[in-house]
Design a protein around this ligand. Structure first.
Ligand code: ADP
Ligand code: NI
Length: 222
């Protein structure tokens, strides 16, 4: 592993993310990086490519860069070239960075190599389970969205543009993305880890509806 390069990339990313955004804090990046390293240890794939792509996967998020979709790869490549990597390596990482994101329920994930599968799985695992639930409500709250509107049904988005411009309530995000992730994990190792996280989200949503629709039990008449 090229520890010097990984160290330099990590420092640059940390600098950029400091005080940056509520839903893409540096802690998310570190969790994804650690998970990607674990998945790599079980599943293989080029460790330097996976490490750099995990650290750089949110480097230019459309929610923070003025709305440009798929700009992350370009920014990642520039940074890597500046840090002295060769062009082929920078291109490989850039391709993964652009490929990682969930782009909508109706859009298939292009799994062009092991490395993109691993970074994508690591990013998705962090959107699932207890942390995933926390992140979703944090995201909705930061945009002043209601967490639930009873008569507003979820949508299946057919384009990335439609997905990112949707501004539904947060419970819908579970149906539009979070509950779909388990079946879209690529690697065996991630699928195993995802099971528990998926179940937790499912029972959370089930309980949410049950509590919302609470009706007082009928009193027994003597
Ligand atoms: P990722 O970092 O997994 O690529 P995103 O950039 O899409 O994910 O979103 C960052 C976090 O905010 C994730 O946990 C995601 O589930 C959550 N999030 C994204 N869109 C919404 C939304 N419309 N409502 C609630 N949470 C959202
Ligand atoms: Ni991410």
């Amino acid at each position: 592993m090229n520890t010097q390069l990984i160290h330099n990339v990590r420092s640059r990313v940390e600098e950029q993310f400091r005080n940056h955004s509520v839903d893409h804090d540096f802690d998310h990046i570190l969790r994804v990086y650690n998970m990607a390293m674990y998945l790599q240890s079980q599943e293989g794939g080029d460790i330097d490519t996976i490490a750099c792509a995990a650290l750089l996967h949110d480097i230019s998020d459309h929610k923070l860069n003025g709305g440009k979709l798929n700009d992350g790869g370009r920014v990642a490549k520039e940074l890597l070239l500046e840090l002295g990597t060769d062009e082929a390596f920078a291109d490989a990482v850039a391709k993964i960075v652009d490929g990682v994101s969930f782009k909508g329920a109706g859009i298939a994930d292009e799994a062009f190599n092991k490395e993109v599968q691993i970074v994508r799985d690591a990013d998705r695992l962090d959107a699932m389970g207890a942390i995933g639930i926390a992140r979703a409500f944090h995201f909705g709250g930061s945009r002043n969205r209601p967490f639930f509107i009873a008569n507003k049904a979820p949508e299946e988005h057919a384009t990335f543009e439609a997905y990112v411009s949707g501004n539904s309530h947060t419970i819908n995000h579970f149906h539009e993305k979070l509950l779909l992730l388990q079946d879209r994990l690529h690697t065996e190792t991630a699928r195993k880890l995802g099971e528990k996280r998926h179940k937790l989200m499912q029972s959370f949503v089930d309980d949410f509806y049950a509590d919302w629709n609470f009706e007082a039990p009928q009193r027994n008449k003597e």
